[in-house]
Every structure is written in C-alpha cells, then in structure tokens.
Design a binder for this molecule. Structure first.
Ligand code: UDX
Ligand code: UDX
Ligand code: ADP
Length: 485
C-alpha cells in the first residue's frame, strides 16, 4: 500500500541526526529516510567514504542503506515538503549575549527550521523535536507552525535522543527506552502511534514510553542532569579520597553494589565533557530561575561548579608537583577528545586543562588518535560557549601560544623529552603503551598525571615515574607538594 509508505526527513546531519536516521533506515527498509543539512561540506562527507563523524559501527550501517532508503541532501525544502515525519535535530547553542547569556538555549536555528517547515509544507506533517531543547519549546514551535499553516495539520512530538557518543550505534540498536511525548488530543495520540510504529520495527513495545509533551522534554534534561550529577558526586569524593588515603575506585565499587545506586557511571575523572551535560544543566538552571525556583537552580548549579573545580584541581596538582612552575617545560597531553572512541572535542576537559597549563607558560605536545590538529588549535582559541555557534569568529592563536602548542600523531613523539604526561582521555591504547621506553626518553623526575585512571600505578612507580591518579592514595612526593585548589 503506497499511501502507507512513510517518508521521513531529518533536518540536521550532526552527531544525533546522522546516526539516528541511519539506524532507522537500516531497521525500517519500508521507510525512506532523507537527512538534510544547510552545510554543504557535511552533506558531501555523509555521501563519501569519509563520514563527518567517527563512531564505531556507523560506516557499516551507512554503507548498507545509503542510496537504497537512506539519502543525504542539501535540498532542505524539497525533502521537508515531501515528508510525512520531519525530525528536527539542529543545534541549540548556549546564548553568548542578551537575555540569559551563558545559560539559556539559543533557539535561532530551531525557529528558522520551524518557519521553513511552515513555509514549504503542502501536506499534513508530524514534526518531531529530536535535539534537546528547553521545556515548552514544543509549544512555541507549535505556535509558529499553526499560525502559518494555510490549513495544514501539524502535530508536534518530543522524542529526545539518549544515545551516547562512542556507543551511538549500540545505543540505537538496543535503547534502554524510546520516549515519545505528544498532545493528549486524538490527533496527538495518532501522531504518537505513527512514530511508535517506526521504532516498533526493532524496539520492544514495553521499552517505548509515551508521555505528554512537557514530561518528554523535561525527562531529557533531567536524565542528563542526573548522569552529570553522579560524576560530580564521585569526583567530589575523589578529592576527599586523596586527602584521606581512601581509594575512589574502592569507594565507588562499594557504593555501586547497592542496587538502589547501581555500578555504572561512577568513574572518577578529570571532569565530564561533551556537548550535552553542561549545556543541558545550564538550561535547566535557567528554566528554574525563570520559574521562580532559585533553590532548585542553585542545587543543580553545584554539579557544574564541582566539574570546574575538578579540572582546575587537576591543573593545580600538576603545577604544584613540578616545583610550582611548568614554565617552558614540555608536557605531553595524551587524549584530547571528551571521551574515548569519538573524535568529538565539544566541552572536553582537555581544553580547560591545556589552557590552564598554557597560562602557566608550559609547552604542550598533544596526541589524540581521532582529533585533528586543526580542531585542537580551533578549540584552544575559542571562548566559552562559542563552539556551537557555526558562524563564530575565527580568532588566530597568539604567536606565543602557537609556539607553545604542538600536535603530534603518536604517544611516543608527544612524550619524548617531556617533564610530565597528562592522560586526559581513556583511549584503550594508553593502557598498553611501552611506559619503560617512554620513561627512558623523558626528563627526570618523570611525572604522570592520570586524569582517567587508566594506568597501572604500581607498575609505573616501579619504572620510576611519580604517578598521580584521580582519587588514589598519593605517593610521598605528591604529599610533600600539596596542591592548593
Ligand atoms: C550523554 C548521555 O550519556 C546521553 O544519554 C545523552 O543523550 C547525551 O549526553 P555523551 O555526552 O555522548 O552522552 O557521553 P557520556 O558517556 O555520557 O559521557 C559524558 C562525559 O562524562 C564524558 O566526558 C565522560 O568521560 C564522562 N564520564 C562518564 C566520567 O567522567 N565518568 C563516568 O563514569 C562516565
Ligand atoms: C537508610 C539507608 O537506606 C540504609 O542503607 C542505611 O543503612 C541507613 O539509612 P533508612 O533511613 O532506614 O535507611 O530508610 P530509607 O528507606 O533509606 O529511607 C530514608 C528516607 O528517605 C525515608 O524518610 C524515606 O521515606 C525517604 N525516601 C526514600 C524518599 O523520600 N524517596 C525515596 O525514593 C526513597
Ligand atoms: P547534535 O550534536 O545535536 O547532532 P550538531 O551540531 O552535530 O548537533 O548538528 C546540528 C546540524 O544542524 C549541523 O550540521 C547544522 O549545519 C544543522 N543545521 C542547523 N540549522 C539548520 C537549518 N535551519 N536547516 C538545516 N540544517 C541546519
């Protein structure tokens, strides 16, 4: 039945839109999926052998469906016009100026997408909010759509995506849950059912949750806030562990054994990064403030404060251990991405750590298996919150900073003649490096600051390294050089 063949169009071919649509296409051969974007290089890359994002398993999924029922195009209006379901997965940066600057979400891209949908539509459509947005955005979008609709029926749904980068394909294949929020009207319920039928191709019915619009929107912000809070909780404990001689891994294991708490997402680190956690919490804080709930806003703000504290505590520890000066010392940075198995550097703690060390005149030599030199140099010149604004000014690095930063393609080159190593991403390959060889080629005393707890402390101490790991008992050297946060 041709009439029932659903056509999907997704606006925004980014980290969320790309993988999500590829998996929908794979699991639903009877559905045509077109991903559109205004960025020509992005779409060109999606149509090439070199996809614009690194994500394990993604190449394979794209290869299986591209050209069959999965297409990437810059002809935004044509494909929106033809679609029955339009997913909107455009960026929602943090506002850098005006009301709510540094907190509120900038909905410029969302609004322009909504107006465009209203302009080009000739048939009824379901419009699905996929990117994380402030609660009640759906209502605003609904207003834009219905006030410009020439009698066309738009149903708006909220269907937040919970995939994590590095495991996106696994997460999409076996999601903990799919969440669909919609209006409680007959039209709204019918739209929910239509979208549910798409996911039901591979997701068990009981894992598809349906709610009202506001619950779906808020659940996404809440889930990210809870996840980030776990990391700040364990990171706060890590500071106390270092002060008392407890071991944060032992504490986290013991705490996580409580089934009410659970063992996952309790790894102490140099701090969380990524495009979502900080942005979504800031957004949540702003919404609380706007709704006259300053106590609630204050509560969630602490999650970000502890994260910032953890990053500066790390830098202080490095500088203090090295006789209070890193000026002109070479420091190897192993890992720049915000987590392993991704080339994404958005909000990566490596940016703050590198900026901190550069501020103290260190020379940093950076190696990450997936991040390009261009990206690293761009990241080190951007100001806070600028990364998600596609048309931000490109600032040149100051000539002194250019000299202070080198980017190399191998851990051995990065560490040669270095005074210290900072491990900032938990890439598997850092566990199996030849640390004896590295030690022999470093200045002495040779320091390792492990921001991800990936190295074997005892082994490295045997080789001769002075080792700092997050939340682990300090060796005598570090105790004598207390880091003041
Ligand atoms: C997150 C959510 O997990 C996902 O559900 C949501 O859709 C988007 O935001 P993502 O940011 O891709 O996903 O990765 P995630 O695995 O959550 O890691 C976020 C940050 O927390 C990383 O910097 C990671 O290194 C850090 N982290 C994670 C820790 O420091 N310790 C942990 O135990 C877990
Ligand atoms: C708690 C710990 O659970 C236990 O492991 C520890 O050894 C002692 O402290 P207890 O105080 O006896 O045990 O009861 P618990 O079930 O944890 O409840 C504590 C309070 O939290 C109660 O007032 C309970 O009503 C409240 N609570 C609990 C909630 O408000 N919401 C919840 O979801 C759970
Ligand atoms: P996410 O991590 O949420 O997927 P990204 O920044 O990776 O976010 O992707 C968002 C994409 O949306 C970008 O590729 C951007 O070019 C695209 N985009 C933004 N506004 C529009 C628009 N009005 N029409 C089409 N694409 C858009």
């Amino acid at each position: 039945n041709l009439r029932e063949m659903v056509k999907i169009c997704c606006i925004g071919a980014g980290y969320v839109g790309g993988p999500t649509m590829a998996v929908i296409a794979l699991k639903c051969p009877d559905i045509q999926v077109v991903v559109v974007d205004i960025s020509v290089p992005r779409i060109t890359a999606w149509n090439s052998d070199q996809l614009p994002i690194y994500e394990p398993g993604l190449d394979d999924v794209v290869k299986q469906c591209r050209g069959k029922n999965l297409f990437f195009s810059t002809d935004v209006e044509k494909h929106v016009c033809e679609a029955d379901i339009v997913f909107v997965s455009v960026n929602t940066p943090t506002k850098t100026r005006g009301l709510g600057a540094g907190k509120a979400a900038d909905l410029t891209y969302w609004e322009s997408a909504a107006r465009m949908i209203a302009d080009v539509s000739k048939s009824d459509k379901i419009v699905v909010e996929k990117s994380t947005v402030p609660v009640k955005t759906a209502e605003a979008i609904e207003k834009i759509l219905t006030h410009n609709s020439k009698g066309i029926n738009f149903q708006i749904l909220s269907n937040p995506e919970f995939l994590a980068e590095g495991t996106a394909i696994e997460d999409l294949f076996k999601p903990d849950r799919v969440l669909i929020g919609g209006r409680e009207t007959p039209g709204g319920q019918k739209a929910i059912q239509t979208l549910k039928n798409v996911y039901a191709h591979w997701v068990p019915e009981e894992n598809i949750i349906t709610t009202n619009l506001w619950s779906a929107e808020l659940s996404k912000l809440a889930a990210n806030a809870f996840l980030a809070q776990r990391i700040s909780s364990v990171n706060a404990m890590s500071a106390l562990c270092e002060a008392t001689g407890a071991n944060v891994s032992q504490v986290a294991y013991a705490v996580g054994k409580d089934t009410r708490i659970g063992p996952k997402f309790l790894n102490a680190s140099v701090g969380f990064g990524g495009s979502c956690f900080q942005k979504d919490i800031l957004n949540l804080v702003y919404i609380c403030e706007c709704n006259g709930l300053p106590e609630v806003a204050e509560y969630w703000k602490q999650v970000i404060k502890i994260n910032d504290y953890q990053k500066s505590r790390f830098v202080n520890r490095v500088v203090a251990s090295m006789f209070n000066t890193v000026s002109n010392k070479k420091i190897a940075i192993l890992g720049f991405a915000f987590k392993k198995d991704t080339g994404d550097t958005r909000e990566t703690p490596a940016i703050d750590v590198c900026k901190g060390l550069l501020g103290d005149k260190a020379c940093v030599s950076i190696y990450d298996p997936q991040v390009t030199e261009d990206q690293i140099r761009r990241d080190l010149t951007l100001n806070k919150f600028e990364w998600d604004h596609p048309f931000h000014v490109q600032r040149p690095m100051s000539p002194t900073t250019v000299k202070q930063v080198t980017v190399v393609w191998d851990a051995y080159a990065a560490t040669k003649d270095a005074h210290a190593i900072c491990i900032l991403t938990e890439w598997d390959e850092f566990k199996t490096l030849d640390y004896k060889r590295i030690y022999d080629n470093m200045q002495k005393p040779a320091f390792i600051f492990d921001g991800r707890n990936v190295v074997d402390i005892e082994k490295l101490r045997e080789i001769g390294f002075i080792v700092y790991s997050i939340g682990k008992p300090l060796d005598a050297w570090l105790k004598d050089m207390p880091a003041i946060a």
